[in-house]
Design a protein around this ligand. Structure first.
Ligand SMILES: Cc1cc2nc3c(=O)[nH]c(=O)nc-3n(C[C@H](O)[C@H](O)[C@H](O)COP(=O)(O)OP(=O)(O)OC[C@H]3O[C@@H](n4cnc5c(N)ncnc54)[C@H](O)[C@@H]3O)c2cc1C
Length: 465
């Protein structure tokens, strides 16, 4: 179906992006063969680092003529293989489109290129007293373009929502090479279908985002973090649902079970707080009035104690907060360090069902005699579930993963949830899509993809079974 990248095509690409922005060398291609998904690799034939929408457009026109697949790539920090060129061809990297173009304090908007690292947006707007809430745990590595393509969330989603809630304007290049500009610095927009919302979460299969306008909020004046250890795993899980049921809306409620903390300890080679606790909650509250935030903090603290919390560690200043968050942010890396072969799922359920989901995970682990470690954004019903290979033989592992994966998905679906809350379908969950969506919905999605990209040159091998 696809044609190889010939030396003539490489020359044409070189003319578009310039000599320094094209890679064909085997060694130079190495970082572009994978993202952060364990065990998935594929060879690009050529990598181009684009610097403008016009270049993206010219590359698409060439790729259409030659029938060559194009895989967009931000930082390669995805966890479903979205940026991995499973059909070869061209990897189109946005790493050089990394400028923050404007912070517009009058309109509370920031305009950025897609390759800007998300944490850089945070720091730039916070310096002006403004706030961009979406905060994937990978924020110091991933790009805003990748966040848009994946519909990324983060711990603060409990109170502030996710990437899709902040994108007001989008310039994008379609696989035909046409450049479209949707929306603008507009808080409201009721003009036709929202193509912005269609492109968000489309996993780089419909268009390449080349410029983005994001809505900002005033930076909250007060922020408090609580680290709460529990002697009992289920008590910590039950507390999450109870806080939400008490009509308190923390900024974040992160759940971390003991094994994840001990793995971080081994990675960092230093003791983590409350290492003996069966599970911990990391809860953040924010607002503008100290009294209001403190009163919510007391309520949350009381609820935790009612559920048997062993202690409450409060952080009000940035260095202490950073210390509390350090271990949480290191969990994925620590689990890879613990068991280089592991399998990560990212299911989501209605928030009130989170305690049932966490209990169910333990039952699946016991049934299959395998280590399953759960952690993550419990406050929005979204947990990351890591199945570790540990010392299992390769054949045992190969047989176990599909069986456990399907049980995890069926558990989430039975609780009214779905199979991925943040990381996307990408290359690795394609065959499970029919578990979560019916034929009519998958059919509609295929038609939308074919309308944007009838020759299927843009990121083939993703989403659809
Ligand atoms: C340690 C760790 C923690 C993480 N924590 C979170 C978390 O808390 N929340 C969360 O949601 N995710 C999280 N992730 C997953 C990941 O960081 C996000 O999916 C992130 O959005 C990926 O961004 P990226 O720039 O690395 O994208 P890439 O991996 O490069 O690409 C991801 C997808 O986006 C497409 N793409 C990239 N740029 C564009 C563009 N400009 N236009 C169109 N398509 C594009 C690619 O084709 C691909 O399909 C985590 C990952 C790691 C490794």
């Amino acid at each position: 179906m696809y044609q190889p990248v010939t030396p003539t095509v490489v020359e044409a690409l070189r003319r578009i992006v310039g000599e320094g922005n094209l890679l064909v060398d085997n060694e130079a291609l190495e970082p572009y063969r994978h993202d952060e998904t364990v065990g998935l690799r594929a060879d690009p034939e050529v990598v181009v680092k684009v610097t403008s929408a016009v270049q993206v457009s010219e590359i698409f026109k060439l790729a259409q003529r030659e029938r060559i697949p194009v895989t967009p790539r931000g930082a390669g920090y995805g966890l479903s293989g979205g940026a991995v060129p499973v059909q070869g061809g061209i990897v189109l990297s946005t790493e050089k489109m990394n400028r923050i173009l404007e912070i517009d304090a009058k309109n509370l908007m920031v305009t950025v290129e897609p390759g800007v690292i998300t944490g850089d947006i945070h720091r730039a707007v916070e310096a002006e007293g403004l706030f961009y809430p979406p905060d994937p745990a990978s924020l110091d590595s991933c790009t805003i373009g990748g966040n848009i393509a994946e519909g990324a969330g983060g711990p603060r989603a409990v109170k502030y929502g996710i990437t899709k809630d902040y994108v007001c304007g989008l310039q994008a290049v379609l696989p035909s090479g046409e450049i479209i500009t949707c929306g603008g610095k507009l808080v409201k927009n009721a003009t036709g279908y929202s193509l912005i919302q269609l492109l968000i979460g489309s996993e780089g299969t419909l268009a390449v985002a080349t410029q983005i306008i994001l809505r900002l909020l005033p930076l909250p004046k007060v922020q408090v973090d609580l680290l709460v250890p529990f002697g009992d795993f289920q008590a910590a899980a039950d507390t999450v649902s109870d806080i939400i049921a008490h009509r308190i809306l923390p900024t974040t409620i992160e759940f971390m079970e003991q094994d994840s903390m001990l793995a971080v300890e081994r990675l960092l080679n230093k003791e983590v707080p409350f290492r003996d606790a069966a599970a911990q909650l990391l809860i953040q509250l924010d607002g503008n009035l100290l009294e209001a935030v403190e009163s919510d903090m007391e309520l949350v603290g009381d609820l935790c104690l009612e559920h048997g919390a062993q202690d409450l560690l409060v952080a009000k200043d940035r260095p202490t907060r950073e210390r509390l968050w350090e271990a949480r942010r290191k969990i994925i890396e620590a689990l890879k360090h613990e068991s280089p072969v592991n399998h990560m799922e990212d299911v989501v359920v209605p928030r009130a069902e989170i305690h049932r989901l966490l209990r169910g995970m333990r039952e699946i682990a016991t049934r299959h005699a395998v280590r399953i470690i759960s952690f993550g954004h419990a406050g929005d019903g979204n947990v990351h579930v890591n199945v570790l290979k540990d010392a299992l033989h390769a054949e045992q592992w190969e047989a176990l993963v599909p069986a456990v994966t399907e049980e995890i998905y069926r558990l989430a679906l039975s609780l009214g949830g779905t199979i991925t809350g943040e990381h996307g379908i990408g290359a690795i969950r394609r065959r499970y899509l029919p578990l979560a969506l019916d034929e009519v919905q998958i059919g509609l999605m295929r038609q939308i993809r074919d309308l944007f990209d009838p020759n299927r040159i843009l990121n083939p091998g993703k989403i659809f079974p």
